[in-house]
Design a protein around this ligand. Structure first.
Ligand code: HEC
Length: 320
């Protein structure tokens, strides 16, 4: 009985404890973990630095985390290129790859590498959604080999990488993956989809101007050149109703010629115009212009068709 009273009194004292008692000692903290650390807080004093402040002026050349190359948090600091930085145009998901992204083999390789690091744990290296981590997820990642995903435009995929999807199902990757690499992943994802659906049209847009990307294994060049030159075809334009190449058209063809000089590929040019004769003249004009840039005429095969104006480039290995 007496013991019980003593124990109760002890417990009561523990409970009411030290309230109001003054002590110079830090409070008793039974399980400190890392709650109190030796660190400097902004605006506090510090004896460590000669100027006595905890906050130091950033070194010259420091780039804000929120700068265009690493956007998201602070829109005011964002670059002005909405398409490139957000994947949107006028607020809607962009249906093309923005200018400034080189659709080259090097970019695809970079995208593949980044994808395998950041995405494959869930989505699988083959994109079927069977990555090791996905086995433990309640909401499984979708397979990329289905119509719904094939229909996603580039800007939508870019946005998913930036902001995630239905958090916490898929978290945002903006902090880990800079804008440039996000586009490389978007381009690579299309190639990954095409492995299961070869007739899926390539994403268009980007800038195909990197002639150095094709050094190396020639066996891969035809597909890679196609990916590069396909989008360029759309920028080869003529003055209305004529076979006179516009300035932009000539510049685009100069780029194409530079690409072709690095290898022995054949280029098939298909020109469609409302009038058959005009289509033929335009095809000939393209061949002539490429010839003027040093591309042997034997390597350029032209084809003309009637229909809505369009130009298409296909490359093939000369030995095929
Ligand atoms: C931790 C697992 C995980 C990782 C890592 C991950 N994802 Fe996802 N992802 C998911 C899940 C889960 C969904 C389905 C989300 C939903 O629909 O609610 C998803 C959905 C998607 C979709 C479909 C979006 C749509 O519109 O339906 C795309 C595209 C995608 N992810 C791309 C990526 C890319 C690219 C990466 C790498 C940068 C990546 N994911 C990394 C789990 C992941």
């Amino acid at each position: 009985m007496r013991h019980t009273a003593t124990i109760l009194l002890g417990l009561a004292l523990l409970g009411t404890g030290c309230r109001g008692w003054v002590s110079e000692q830090p409070p008793v903290h039974l399980n400190p973990n890392m709650d109190t650390q030796e660190k400097l807080k902004p605006y506090r004093k510090s004896e460590f630095f000669p100027n006595g402040r905890a906050m130091q002026t950033p070194p010259d050349g420091t780039v804000a985390r929120t700068y265009a190359g690493n956007e998201v948090r602070d829109r005011a600091l964002l670059g002005t290129d909405e398409h490139y930085n957000t994947g949107k145009q006028g607020g809607a998901f962009a249906s093309t790859i923005p200018a400034g992204v080189d659709l080259t083999l090097a970019t695809l390789r970079r995208g593949q590498e980044r994808y395998n690091i950041y995405c494959s744990p869930c989505h699988g290296k083959d994109g079927a959604g069977q990555g090791t981590v996905s086995r433990r997820l309640t909401t499984k990642p979708p397979t990329f080999h289905q119509q719904r995903i094939w229909d996603l435009v580039p800007g939508d995929i870019f946005n998913t990488i930036t902001h995630g999807k239905n958090f916490p199902n898929m978290a945002p990757y903006a902090a880990q993956i800079p804008v440039e690499d996000r586009w490389a992943i978007v381009a690579y994802l299309r190639a990954l989809m095409q492995t299961q659906k070869p007739d899926l049209p390539a994403f268009t847009g980007g800038t195909a101007n990197d002639a150095t990307a094709f050094d190396g294994d020639k066996s891969e060049d035809a597909a890679a050149l196609d990916a590069k030159l396909g989008p360029v075809a759309q920028t080869v334009t003529f003055d209305d109703g004529t076979a006179n190449l516009s300035d932009a058209g000539q510049a685009a063809l100069n780029g194409v010629a530079a690409q072709l000089k690095g290898n022995t590929m054949l280029l098939q040019v298909t020109v469609v115009a409302a009038d058959a004769a005009l289509a033929q003249q335009r095809a000939a004009a393209i061949k002539t212009h490429l010839g003027g840039q040093g591309v042997d005429g034997g390597r350029v095969v032209t084809q003309a068709d009637t229909g809505a104006d369009s130009i298409d480039f296909r490359t093939a290995d000369a030995n095929e």
